[in-house]
Design a protein. Structure first.
Length: 261
């Protein structure tokens, strides 16, 4: 078996596997920005294929999309024009100034260590103008306290793209020592290609832990809840208010860089 990241290396395949025809993530983020009066300049950190950045651009924002993957950035420039796209590492970047930083689909959780998380939050604080917002959406580490329904059992998925059938088998395990949720995904196709095994991981952050990091970096936490959001069940709908609990499997964050810091 070979190893790689099939979806990151093939952004069009990523969009086929995870369709978002209603631009739900971008619409949710725009709702957060609007409710808290954010200015027009937005940085989408970990922008991936550019769909969410383009959705925010369509809502009237001046958007910069940043990602570490050149393949993703090339795809974004070609297929989701409007934003400016730049290469940057979320563990430490020097971009700005912006009125908001948006970080969706668990991108923040690629900060696996405390130093990496410190680097991300310090970079966000530096990038934001006073009063600017950080809006993030991610998995909720607290969900895995005593729950195993998402763990240790393979889940299968199949879809077709450009005449080829793709099948994936995904297994999630908790690495308690590293405080990571590890994912192993095996891809097979019907075109005779060798199977591809992909390994990735997310930091398991707990709500109080995240709040502590944000406060230490000079942010005021305005919202921290488990839904509704773009990837909850049922998903967020326009006009819905933020929740008050942090028990379900997603976390939604809105924090502000105060004017006085």
């Amino acid at each position: 078996m070979t190893s790689g990241n099939l979806l990151t290396d093939h952004p069009a395949l990523y969009e086929a596997r995870f369709p978002d025809a209603e631009r739900l993530a971008a619409r949710w983020a725009e709702d957060c920005l609007r409710r808290h009066g954010a200015g027009p300049r937005v940085l989408d950190m970990g922008c991936g294929t550019g769909r969410d950045a383009a959705g925010l651009h369509a809502a009237g924002r001046t958007v910069t999309g940043a990602d570490l993957s050149e393949a993703m950035l090339t795809h974004a420039r070609a297929h989701h024009p409007g934003p400016q796209y730049v290469r940057a590492d979320l563990h430490g970047f020097d971009l700005g100034p912006f009125d908001a930083v948006v970080c969706l689909d668990s991108s923040l959780l690629y900060c696996h260590t405390n130093d990496q998380l410190d680097g991300f939050l310090a970079s966000c604080h530096r990038a934001l103008s006073p009063g600017g917002l950080l809006v993030a959406e991610m998995r909720n580490g607290a969900y895995f306290l005593g729950r195993t329904d998402l763990l240790d059992r393979p889940t299968a998925n199949a879809f077709a793209w450009q005449g080829t059938s793709y099948r994936s088998t995904t297994t999630l395990t908790v690495d308690r020592t590293a405080q990571l949720l590890r994912r192993t995904r095996v891809w097979t196709t019907d075109d005779g290609s060798e199977p591809v095994t992909q390994h990735s991981a997310w930091r398991l952050l707990f709500p109080h832990e995240l709040r502590h990091f944000l406060t230490a970096h000079g942010f005021d936490v305005l919202e921290l809840h488990d839904g509704p959001g773009p990837r909850t069940e049922p998903p967020w709908r326009a006009g819905e208010s933020p929740g008050r609990t942090t028990d379900a499997d997603r976390l939604h964050l809105v924090a502000r860089r105060p004017h006085t810091h």
